[in-house]
Design a protein around this ligand. Structure first.
Ligand SMILES: Cc1ncc(COP(=O)(O)O)c(C=O)c1O
Length: 356
């Protein structure tokens, strides 16, 4: 590894120097009689598929299909336990406890700050511009990205606001920070926006990292399968610190089915129907007396400002309809987030909201 690399030079030196655990599956593949990994030769409970063997650390067939789907090389891919694990790995790789920090743009996804706290990294906040549909303030981000800020987390489309960040603004931040910080673009909801991923810019912009997930468009939140897309050198570093077997065999099977041609077609149809629901619900919510405004969304949820979020939350809770109160998030007083469910579920929510 070349420590003069503009990204590797930002990694914690002890991680760069780390000799990772060498698992049995890493050390040898092939062979006929497997007696190297202290596995049981049978699965006594005899389930299918057989689960007695440790899985490949990064299953090559899944990595190849994901690379195809995300239009990058297999060397750019790390499969993780949800994209939440990708966030945690990045914090651990880049931030020295007690001295380094991350930058976030509130209101945004809560796990960036939580993973930072676990790693004892400070959090610098540069709010999105509410008056411009929660746009990125690239100038303010660059001003706040002092030495010590190692990771800039940008969520696009952003949770909980729903808006895509401007591609040019994100790229301008990454360009200006090359050699100083890494820009992590969390694209968990990108399929619902119908736009190009920033992963296509990876080769030109090596300090860009993209996070994707099978939890949203593929409807596999229960499977816990996320993807970190980055330069091969950085993927190599993350492979040193990830747990030895992060892709359990049942997860592998579910993920392979999801990115098969049939799985991809099904996911596309699902995204289309959820986007249609988003359109219908945005109009329906906007017409309700308890709703002041509905923010435009590129994701599978809508954020709306209510006249009184406490009343909305207690009325919906009493009716068994579970929404997410976002009123304590930066700049989101009285705001509530609603995920797009089935048309029946959405109608049930509308009915209760109409009575608030
Ligand atoms: C923006 C964003 N990133 C990441 C995640 C975590 O996704 P995963 O299920 O892949 O861990 C979520 C989950 O809600 C999210 O909203």
């Amino acid at each position: 590894m070349n420590p003069a690399d503009p990204v590797l030079s930002l990694i914690r030196p002890e991680i760069l120097a780390l000799t990772p655990y060498s698992s049995a599956r890493k050390e040898s593949s092939g062979g006929r009689v497997w007696l190297d990994a202290n596995e049981n030769p049978q699965t006594p409970s005899a389930g299918k598929p057989l689960l007695n063997r440790y899985p490949e650390p990064q299953p090559a067939d899944l990595v190849a299909r994901l690379a195809d789907y995300y239009a990058v090389a297999p060397e750019n891919i790390l499969v993780t336990r949800g994209s939440d694990e990708g966030i945690d790995l990045l914090l651990r790789a880049f931030c020295r406890a007690g001295s380094d920090s991350i930058l976030i743009t509130p209101p945004t996804y809560g796990m960036y700050a939580v993973s930072a706290a676990i790693q004892h990294a400070a959090v610098v906040s540069v709010p999105l511009v509410a008056a411009k549909n929660f746009a990125l303030d690239a100038g303010a981000v660059l001003q706040a990205a002092q030495p010590g800020v190692k990771l800039v987390f940008l969520c696009s489309p952003n949770n909980p606001t729903g808006a895509l960040l401007d591609r040019t603004a994100v790229l301008s931040v990454a360009r200006a920070l090359l050699g100083r910080a890494v820009v992590v673009v969390d694209e968990a909801y990108l399929e619902f926006a119908g736009t190009r991923s920033l992963a296509t810019e990876l080769t030109a912009q090596p300090n860009l990292i993209v996070l994707r997930t099978l939890s949203k468009a593929f409807g596999l939140a229960g499977v816990r399968c996320g993807v970190t897309i980055a330069s091969p050198a950085l993927i190599g570093v993350l492979q040193k610190i990830i747990a030895p077997y992060p892709v359990p065999t049942p997860v592998l099977h579910a993920a392979l089915a999801a990115v098969s041609p049939e799985g991809l077609a099904a996911a596309r149809a699902s995204v289309q129907s959820l986007v249609a629901e988003r359109r219908r619900l945005a109009a329906a919510l906007a017409a309700l007396p308890a709703v002041r405004r509905v923010w435009p969304s590129d994701a599978n949820f809508l954020l709306f400002e209510t006249t009184d979020s406490a009343r909305v939350m207690s009325a919906t809770r009493a009716a068994g309809v579970v929404l997410r109160d976002r009123s304590r998030d930066h700049g989101l007083a009285n705001c509530v987030r609603m995920t797009m469910g089935t048309p029946e579920e959405n109608n049930a929510a509308l009915e209760v909201l109409a009575r608030v």
